[in-house]
Design a protein around this ligand. Structure first.
Ligand SMILES: *Cc1c(COP(=O)(O)O)cnc(C)c1O
Length: 356
């Protein structure tokens, strides 16, 4: 058991209206912090009042972006208990990211203890309105005070929590996507498979361009040939072509291995669908569209679970998918996955973990 010191607030904040939570706008009363020092390892785990940090402006994270993060949720079930969804997968990915960024690894059991302890402390912050949840954001920053470029010798691992609203308060509406053919998100050998802030910083320009043109998200193509599909926005991507399900494989290392992606693949195979993890070119999608075999396309991720694409603009043609309506595969996945997460569908996979 991780030894955690508690310093609790005297007066808790008023909770926001569960009908207008949005995403990542409110934060709970406490946060988790643990420090790392070379020679000493990770130490001083504590749960303290949520608030600003005081950091030296020369801290390495501000200059060279040695930073990583994770994202998962706690869900309130009908009987009032609170559960996590596959936290072991996030923790495993966390250490893979750490390895890539030369950040010292964490003991997976300690991370799970920390998440459970913080969520249990903030249990009253887990909303109960349909579709709402408590978003959990673990992250690590490099805190050495000096401007030389090298892996830091000191770090802070923190966890903050944010009650978030239903992603689809008005029902699932497919979004319009722009196929980005200039900017890239990740390259082979880079950090695409790691969950790091730097990946987001360099993707903002594509997102901004797409939004200015009236699209919600970007479909990212590979960084070498601009030919193969990587991800959609900050989500993994699935296409249903002629009844078969295709998702880009993780082999190139430019794609973030989503927990939702892995869960969808397993659920789909159990439902009897054929799922292929392989390279998928934008040309193959365009040809399927022309032949009338492009049945569905959707993104997957913790925030939205499943986000169908209604229109795909490749700069030459606006491809309308499934009449801009959610398709049967995306709907079935959404219902099953959210059913397991909120405890409405039996979890025969052992994916859910009670907080206490
Ligand atoms: C976090 C993330 C995803 C989705 O991962 P989940 O574990 O399913 O939430 C997909 N792509 C990118 C770039 C991400 O950062």
């Amino acid at each position: 058991m991780l030894n955690i010191k508690y310093e609790l607030v005297e007066n808790r904040k008023a909770k926001p209206d569960e009908n207008s939570l949005g995403f990542g706008r409110y934060f709970t009363d406490h946060m988790f912090i643990m420090d790392y020092t070379d020679g000493k390892g990770w130490h001083d785990a504590r749960i303290v009042p949520y608030g600003p940090l005081s950091l030296d402006p020369a801290c390495m994270v501000f200059h060279y972006a040695q930073e990583m993060f994770e994202g998962l949720k706690a869900y309130r079930t009908a009987d009032g208990t609170v559960q996590l969804f596959r936290p072991d997968k996030n923790i495993e990915r966390m250490n893979n990211t750490n390895e890539r960024l030369c950040i010292p690894k964490l003991d997976p059991a300690d991370v799970l203890d920390a998440i459970k302890a913080l969520v249990a402390t903030e249990e009253a912050w887990v909303p109960s309105l349909e579709g709402t949840s408590l978003y959990i954001r673990p992250f690590i920053i490099a805190t050495d005070v000096q401007l030389g470029v090298h892996p830091s010798h000191t770090y802070k691992f923190m966890i903050i929590l944010s009650p978030v609203g239903s992603y689809y308060p008005e029902g699932i509406k497919p979004v319009k996507i722009f196929v980005e053919n200039e900017y890239v998100r990740a390259v082979k050998g880079g950090t695409g498979f790691a969950k790091v802030g730097g990946n987001y910083a360099c993707s903002l320009i594509g997102q901004k361009k797409a939004e200015e043109m009236g699209y919600s998200q970007v479909l990212w193509l590979d960084g070498i040939e601009h030919k193969y599909i990587d991800e959609v926005g900050a989500m993994n991507v699935f296409f249903v072509i002629n009844g078969k399900i295709i998702t880009p494989s993780l082999a190139e290392g430019s794609i973030l291995p989503g927990v939702t992606r892995a869960s969808c693949i397993e659920l789909l195979r159990d439902m009897g669908y054929e799922v292929e993890e392989r390279k998928l070119s934008i040309t193959e999608v365009e040809e399927a569209y022309k032949n009338g075999t492009l049945n569905e396309a959707f993104g997957t991720g913790t925030a939205a679970v499943v986000s169908p694409m209604g229109l795909l603009d490749n700069g030459k043609e606006k491809m309308v998918i499934n009449n801009e309506e959610i398709g049967p595969v995306a709907q079935k996945l959404y219902d099953t996955l959210t059913g397991i997460q909120w405890g409405k569908v039996e979890d025969k996979y052992g994916w859910t973990v009670k907080v206490k």
